[in-house]
Design a protein around this ligand. Sequence first.
Ligand code: MN
Length: 261
Amino acid sequence: MSLSQNRRAVLRDMHYDIFRLAQINQPRSPIMSLPATVIPLPQPVLLPVEGSAEAFPVRRVYCVGRNYADHAIEMGHDPNREPPFFFQKNADNLFSGRDFPYPPLSNDVHFEVECVLALKAGGADIPSEKALDCIYGYGVGIDFTRRDLQAEAKKLGRPWELAKAFEHSAPVSPLVPASRLGHPVNGRVWLDVNGVRKQDGDLNQMIWKVPEIIAELSKLFVLAPGDIIMTGTPAGVAAINKGDSISCGVDGIATLSLNVV
Ligand code: MN
């Protein structure tokens, strides 16, 4: 059974479980006390965990912008004058399939390979010394971006959702638990298109390191179990075309392969 088939099966089973429990309506857990719903319950977003039958349930997706100096420079910014910053995608933009559907209303869709964090704990104002304790695991993902819509949003001073938070915009690998992996601070962050290396950075080039990302984000939002953080991309971002095959990874963590369809 492929990962996407497995994920669909997990989603279907979980959906039925919630539905059945809601019907029984026994107040033994918060799920059991759900009222009947006027439309079908939205499906939960679940990511596979490497080597486990249990899935990781997703709550929110945060992204770090311009967290690698050479990418900030290639986008026309001075990393010494502007610190990294945050934006969000939607939980249901994450996906674990093999085929990335080229999105509508853009002719300039870029890849951005990124190390992905998955949180098992959260809170507000988390000190950086405690931040690693919040991490369930790591993966690799791509922050696909409709660059032409982003350029227009920047020019007009508008938000970035149209450029960043579209369907299938955040493919991710299965997550690898930190209990198995530790907390890597070095590791090549790379992406190939049709066998040609396009992005080649290292985790140690992040401007905000992982503990600092969690500390900074938790000043702005109350983090919680299920939150995903995409930690920014190194230089080399470029446009994709239908028919491309993309491979990427963070050495020591995970790899991911996709076809653009
Ligand atoms: Mn990005």
